[in-house]
Design a protein around this ligand. Sequence first.
Ligand code: GLU
Length: 479
Amino acid sequence: MDIRTRYAPSPTGYMHIGNLRTALYAYLHARKHGGRFILRIEDTDQARLVEDSVRVIYDSLSVTGLEHDEGPDIGGPVGPYVQSERLGIYREHAEKLVSSGAAYRCFCDKQEKQEEPGEEQDGPILGYDGRCGRMSEDETKASLAKGMPYVIRQRIDKEGATTFNDFVYGPITVEHKQLDDQILLKRDGYPTYNFANVVDDHLMGITHVMRGCEYISSTPKYILLYRAFGWDVPEHIHLPHILNQEGRKLSKREGSVALSDFLEKGYLPEAILNYIALLGWNPGTEQEFFTKAGLISEFDISRIGKSPAIFDEVKLAWLNGQHIRAMSPEAAHERFMKFYPEKVAAGLDVKRLSVLLQGKVEKLSDLPAMTAFFTGMAEDYPVDLFVNKKNKTTLEGSKAVLSELEGLLGGLSVWDHGGIYGAASSCAAARGAKIGAVMWPLRIALSGLAVTPTGAVEIAELLGKAESLRRIGLALKRL
Ligand code: GLU
């Protein structure tokens, strides 16, 4: 079987991380089996259309490297790939169902309200009472002759039950009395999501339908539609919820949920993909770090779990750090450059800085705070910082060390790591102290901070001789 999966977003203006996971799983499954990954834009809910939101979809797929094989922008054999361009197709298919009796025209007023796509339903639906479904052919003809507007509804026999076998959740049975005679085609000629997804998945040859588990309860209605058309039912793979730390669904109101939020925070697209791959799927080993290529080879739909996944930003940050470490220094530098404050980028040997920070940074958005002291040190830092138990430093001791260092460093003709380190170690040796007793005060003098992303020698190296000596002079005054 040639595997065909699809990602079918509605243009909402942002890419929810849960949707990105759906896209990723569909992409991985297709790539792993040499299949095709299709992009379909589901814009039938015109009320929800947000300007430019289709662009957000393309940008999100492109920044994460989930390249599609068919879609609105690149075409393909089963287009168009935008639902609003397929209205004739839905009409034709709805009419087919009317002819076979699996659907009927409904002329009732104000009965168009139905659940939003993907909304979960508890208990029986107090939906449409099915009265137009009981109309005689003549009554229907008469209403049509009067030019009365109508919708087309699915006819669901309230007896019996439908079972489908979800790939993840197993057999799911819903009694028909729970199912509404849902609208398939609205008065304005637009299909509902519930109808369009079935027609499109069939006509586009989709073999594996992956989507969030909030669609499980609607799936029996889709199964009935497949059967009414006499079509094979594709494999249904529902994905578990992604919850926040409080156990609630990740929602926009409660913090970051959009891909763009995470990119702005300085997470790398490859780390985001790696992290969300693990939200609902596990490789069956202890491995947590995956490149996209690694995911393609390891991903297996039989390892998608049922239990909700908890989104843990600490874990994401950790993985992000792992991806930063795994990059070439040039690639890391290129990514870092987008986050360095302008002054840092202009005033320092940032290539060297990037090399020093590559082993330290977790999220790129930490870079401004981590590096700000290089270009703008707070000169009124507390002098107490010079006192450190572990390194046995005191105020007086620090003063003595720094004044000796001032001379040693001042005499260096080449300002490099070896020279600076040499000066510090001869200072320590002369005083019969450990190197830490020299490095501590030097680092405080150069940064004014208790915690810095690199050691004293590296800071001095980056600051240059003049600025390092100026800061040491300032510390001596403070002391
Ligand atoms: N358009 C739906 C959404 O954005 C997609 C559901 C599906 O994948 O079928 O949630």
